[in-house]
Design a protein around this ligand. Sequence first.
Ligand code: NAP
Length: 287
Amino acid sequence: MTARVLNGKELATKIRGELKTKVEELNEKDIFPALAVVIVGNDAASRVYVNAKKRACSEIGILSYEYALDEDTTEQDLIELIHKLNNDHKISGILVQLPLPKHINEDKIINSIDIKKDVDGFHPVNVGKLMIGNPQFLPCTPAGVMELILESGIDISGKECVVVGRSNIVGKPMAILLLSKNGTVTICHSKTENIEEKIKSADILIAAVGKPEFIKGSSIKKGAVVIDVGVNRLEDKKLVGDVEFESASKVASAITPVPGGVGPMTIAMLMKNTVKAAVMQKEGNMS
Ligand code: NAP
C-alpha cells in the first residue's frame, strides 16, 4: 500500500485564495483586516515563522504590523504594548510569536491579549469556549489539521483517534476538536504506558511530539490516517516530522508530508481567524 499524500500546501493555497477574495469584498465595506505580529528576541525559527505569516498577510491583502522587540524587553513593557494594540482600532488580531525569552511569563502575556483579538486562540477564555463547544477562535494548528482531514473526505465519527502530545497549543485542543466530530480520542504523552499499543490502535493518528521520526511505519495500523504535526530540523538542516514518512507511507492510507502538510494549514488558519476577527469587531458581534 502507498498512502495518499494529504497536500496541506495545496489546500492552504486554495484557502488563501478564498480569503483574498473575501478581504477585497470587506475592503469595499471599509473593513481592513490587520494583524499585529509581535516577536521578542532573535530566535531564528521564530523569525522564519513571523516572515511566513507576514508574507501570507500581504498576499491576501491583510495589513500586517511587525513589532520586533529586543531579547531583554521586560514583561511589563510587552504587556504595555499588548494593551496598546488591544485599544488600537486598526488592529484586528494580535499574534505574539512563541516561545518568548525565559524571563517573560507566557501565560501572563497570553492573558493580556483582548479575547476579541486573540487570533491564535490561546487565551483561557477562548480555550474554555472551545472546550464547551462554542469556539470563537480555533487554535490554528489543530484547526488546520481538522480542515485537512475533513476536506480530504476522511470521516472522523466513531473512529479511534490517537493524539501523541498534550501541549496547550496542539495536543489538547486537537483532542477536543476530534471529539467534537465524534472521534473516540486517546491522548498520549511522555508518561503513557504501552504507548506502542495505543498508537497501533489508531484509525487516525496525530503526532505532535517534537521528536524527529519518533513514530515508525511498524507502529502504525494498516490503513490508518497519519497526520504529522512535528517540525524537526536535523543536523544536516533537513526538515522532518515526528513520523518516519517513508516507512509510514507504506502502511497508512493517507499521510501528511513534512514540509507541505500541517505547516501551511496553520498559517492559513491564522489568516482566517484574522479576517474573522475584523468582521466580528466591525459588527460588534462577539459571542
Ligand atoms: P511540546 O509543547 O514540546 O509538547 C510535546 C508533547 O509530546 C508533550 O505533551 C510531551 O509529553 C510529548 N512527548 C514528548 N516525548 C514523548 C514520548 N517519548 N512519548 C510520548 N509523548 C512524548 O510541543 P508542541 O508545541 O505541541 O509541538 C509538537 C511538535 O509540533 C513540534 O515538533 C513543533 O515544532 C510542531 N509544531 C508544528 C506546528 C505546525 O504548524 N506545523 C505548529 C506547532 C507545533 P509531556 O507532556 O508528558 O512532556
